[in-house]
Design a binder for this molecule. Sequence first.
Ligand code: ZN
Length: 411
Amino acid sequence: MEFEGWSWVPWAAILLVLFFALGWLAARIDLKQLLSESKALPASYFKGLNFLLNEQQDKAIEAFIEVTKANPETVELQFALGSLFRRRGEMDRAIRVHQELSARADLPAEQRRAAQFELAQDFMKSGLLDHAEGILVELNKVNSDARVHRYLLEIYLQEKDWSKAITVASQLGHSANRDRAKDIAHYYCELATAEYVRGRRAEAARHMADALEANPRCVRVSLQSGEWAAAEGRHDIAIETWRRIENQDPDYFGLAAPGIRASFKALNRATEGLALLRGLQEKYPSIDFLNVVYQATLEEDGAERAYDLLREDVRKNPTLVGLDMLLHAQLEHAPVEKRGDLQLMKDLVHSHASALSVYLCGSCGFRARQFYWHCPACGSWESFSPKRTAELETAERHLARITIGQIDNRQ
Ligand SMILES: [Zn+2]
């Protein structure tokens, strides 16, 4: 009775034998196929492979070229050679390979299109943008492909052809890692600026409205439109336009502070403007804002009030840049015997603060003294933080806090 459970054993043995037999058969068939295929391959192919394995790329390429000359059907190998030439910067050879492939009538249409796409990339890398554009536009007519759109967009951005860039970027639509609407708003801003420079104000305003429609939170529209209104002497409109930034993204408010101050002054409402700016600086502290509020307080209320404001602000938002301003203000009115020490401290802080008083591209880490909407290093749009690096780095904040404590103790 106890052996009844073992009755399946012979069946299992038979299945196991069958399994191995099938495996052996399959391996033999594969091996046969492999041998027949390798016999069909020319010796140069193996020579090329051997060179590749020995990391002798130049010799491998020559061997593979021999294969492709003798066997025009090795299309995939020709594609691989073409991309290899492009990667090595041998553009003439890459272009020749891809031109030959795209002109071959015996190839299926899909492969010819693939060759044209490669050819367009060769032209782009060679700087022949109009050649690349011509091919990509034709490809786009036959087959709307995101890769074709991306390359076309790259070309239009390099050529600063903003209208075409807007059309292609709209076709690309929104993707998980890219906010196209944000970029499209900037293309409209570029169009608007170009029109404004030509004196076509109505067209400029229309493009600005388009930018806002593409991205209602585009701060650049408010900043730029405000500047234009102020330049035309429409200061009320300018102030109103700049104040829109509060609802769009108040982090950028500091960039509008000098304009707000100047427009209020132009309207002979400097005191009212300063009160507004102080309130905004309180709510959205930034170094750019502090700079303007400090200068305005100095002009309106005198040095003592300006110094108090500075000290209060630096205490609340300690940064090396703020401390540098504070030391500068203190130095102006310090008694002669204290000036030596203060100057020493100020020079030391100033050398560090000026290195931190820059804007930083969040995309590539490029640092610049001025704020850019379009990073000159990596080409990203709106990648610069509106805050200066001194406001972003906590270590310096800590250092500033300690030094302020020391200054206060001396007084
Ligand atoms: Zn960048």
